[in-house]
Design a protein around this ligand. Structure first.
Ligand code: DX5
Ligand code: ZN
Length: 235
């Protein structure tokens, strides 16, 4: 499966209902909702009341990315609001097992996220317990940042672990996804590509931009891998 998930952070704040209509009309079945608390990241964004309102307006999977210092405290409010998936950052949760268990108890899918330099090993044992691993490809907190190139190698490592230990777990990438980076991200292993600024601004309609990113992702995923070790000359 391959999804391009629009990030509402980049939508016009006066027109979220219209943005969700665009998302549905484009055939996007995931919507990414960034929750920021001004503590874990230096910005503020959506809270449970927004998620409840989005829930009323769309049947898409509400993928809620918790960029908060105390994720355990927010599981119930966002589950009550109608989140389908709750992703917590490994950097701030010393009791990840407990938090993930609580999310599952609430009937919500689980995700775990890593900042760009957080050692990948910190989530390896969590892989069989999560529905999704989010590899951040920018520093969280703001839309419109540039893709960090080292993210590609990180996606590949997570994919190898996923394929070996938890084949049903999805890999998500978030930050700096555009028509140039979508292909390499999908090729490196991302199943769900979050995109904000590349979808909510630019040429053409929202549906055209979404289709363009989906196509770039699909082409990248299906492109043959370059052989890293060229054949030695015979003899
Ligand atoms: C960044 C957020 C992202 C953001 C991505 O902290 O987690 O979801 O919306 O925005 P773009 O696609 O503009 O990099
Ligand atoms: Zn996000």
């Amino acid at each position: 499966m391959l999804h391009v998930a629009p990030s509402l952070l980049a939508a016009d704040p006066l027109h979220f209902a219209a943005a969700l209509r665009d998302v549905d009309a484009a055939g996007a079945t995931w919507v990414h909702v960034d929750v920021m608390d001004g503590a874990f990241v230096p910005n503020l964004s959506f809270g449970p009341a927004h998620v409840a309102a989005f829930r009323e307006a769309t049947d898409a999977t509400l993928d809620v990315h918790l960029m908060v210092a105390d994720p355990a405290a927010w599981v119930d409010p966002f589950a009550d609001a109608g989140a389908d998936l709750l992703t917590v950052h490994v950097e701030v949760d010393p009791h990840l097992h407990r938090t993930l268990s609580r999310i599952r108890e609430r009937g919500v899918r689980t995700g775990v996220a890593l900042n760009p330099l957080t050692p990948l090993e910190t989530i390896r044992d969590a892989l069989p317990l999560v529905d999704l691993v989010l590899v951040m490809s920018v520093n969280p907190g703001f839309g419109g940042q540039r893709w960090i190139p080292a993210s590609e190698a990180r996606l590949r490592r997570v994919r190898a672990w996923r394929d070996a230990d938890a084949p049903r777990t999805l890999i998500q990438v978030d930050g700096g996804i555009d028509a140039t980076t979508a292909g390499p991200a999908a090729r490196a292993g991302a199943d769900v590509l979050v995109a904000g600024s590349a979808l909510f601004a630019g040429e053409g309609t929202f549906a055209e931009r979404h289709a363009h990113l989906c196509e770039a992702a699909r082409e990248g995923r299906d492109a043959p891998e370059a052989d890293p070790t060229p054949d030695r000359p015979a003899g």
